[in-house]
Design a protein around this ligand. Sequence first.
Ligand code: FEO
Ligand code: CA
Ligand code: CA
Ligand code: CA
Length: 600
Amino acid sequence: GGHGGHGGGRLTFTAVPPNTDDRVTVPEGYETAPVVRWGDPVLPDAPAFDFENQSADAQAKQFGYNNDFVTFFPLGGHRGLLWVNHEYTDENLMFRGYTNGDAATEEQIRIALAAHGGSVVEIERVGGTGQWRLVTRGRRRYNRRITALTPMRFTGPAAGGDLLKTAADPAGTTPVGTLNNCAGGTTPWGTVLSGEENFNQYFVNGNGVPEAQKPYLSRYGVSPTTGVPAGNRRFDRVEERFDLAKHPNEVNRFGWIVEIDPFDPTSTPIKRTALGRLAHEGATTTLARDGRVVAYMGDDSRFEYVYKFVSKRRYIPGFDRHNRTLLDEGTLYVAKFTGDSPAKEIDGSGKLPSDGSFDGSGQWIPLVTGGISHVPGMTAQEVLVYTRSAADKVGATKMDRPEDVERNPVTGGVYVALTNNANRTPAQVDEANPRPANKHGHILEITERRDDAGATTFSWSLPLVCGDPNDPATYFAGFDKTKVSPISCPDNVAFDGDGNLWISTDGNQLGAHDGLFVMPVRGPERGHLKQFLSVPVGAETCGPLVSPDQRSVFTAVQHPGETNGATPEAPSSHWPDGGTSQPRPAVVVTWHRRGGKIGS
Ligand code: FEO
Ligand code: CA
Ligand code: CA
Ligand code: CA
């Protein structure tokens, strides 16, 4: 254990062994239970969930599918609000007999549109324990569903630009809906930032965009060809805007960071164009030394980049009207990582370079400041709408799928989850991405110059190179590898009040289920990674969130039962309802039976 302020909260629980059980497994002495499941009531007039009789009207009032980012806002007393992202839909698990988007009923397509987005739900503490449950009675004045059909608005330098204009919105300021909301963060003024990630998958007829835009479209994974890409949900059959032959700019209206005010159910969500357009994993904020707001962001695709936005003006506590303009004006940067060891020493064997670590220095390269582009040949609007192409031009470092990026509130270090990259060749390894065909991913730690989040230079190192600890190509910050848990494919990162790093995984390549892990980042226990929970068959671990009082940890169990060939006739998971039930994505809470701190 460590001393307060050094990131060494005591993690004395017994690690959960890797397993393939169809349940949420927690350490001895802990309990776990669902808080809210797909289909549970969000709006007071929501009908009871009925898998066999679904409707779009019902879904628009019920908890959506595939819960991902989770955050918590205390309401005082024993109440709180959860914001939860609903990333995507698994129609083949949601509907009996589903084959593809062409054959889907229009009602199924409308249900899917309504199952995307996010939810605000009121929850209450159970007794004096760390357990929380959904409030299902009373007014629930904050409860809200946001979907692929919710009216939104654009702000920032690209709002109103030609690239965002459509027939339905000739001013280019009022996009409709949000899609593929993956991870996220919160702001100091109490709002949510939600990342639109793999938005490319929702469009058809990519050939419809103007010639000049086709290279950019490909850069975002939209095929510039005629027709329907495999697996497409055919949203265009009920919302014509998803057909790029008819509405070529509609695709530019997704891929943003969306700000939502969970305390005002009548507020219009805002797509903040100053933060750029990527496959946004999420955005997490902190303050620079001088009070400017900094948002860290990852672009989750192979060989993509790490970004940060620094506001022009300072955060002023309590000055809400001012603070809510901060994410509209500032500088968007992309990261370049330079190793400090000879390139020939980075050979993919896992052997540390002669200086003892994968580490080096780095630079935040400015892409755009307000309406001024720093990228030759691109306007400010182009940099914001085609941010990937802008980053290509300035020599940023191509990473192994940058997912969550978050600052440790205790140590000030910034942590990046790099989930994996099967496509990196031996010739493409560098000190920040040191393994070819990186199956298991790694964690990168950034130390900003003078610990100032507003700095433009930094140093970095890799505290964790994931995999089976018996694999010589893994590294657990030098900790005794006989004492750590295997880990594969880190996705989300979070911190508890002691500064311990919590990591959830997506796509474990070691044969066991995904899970939630925790590791101290300072002191003698640095690198002592332990598995805290595991998730059911086919599921990915999202969230996670340790409550401010450290008595509860919320985890989003995403896509239980999502295995090859699984259908409602032959489900591979019956979690969480058991028996012969259909699997349902759900947020769970885990707490210590005797009221101990999470991790004790
Ligand atoms: Fe939706 Fe990058 O995980
Ligand atoms: Ca080095
Ligand atoms: Ca994720
Ligand atoms: Ca993921």
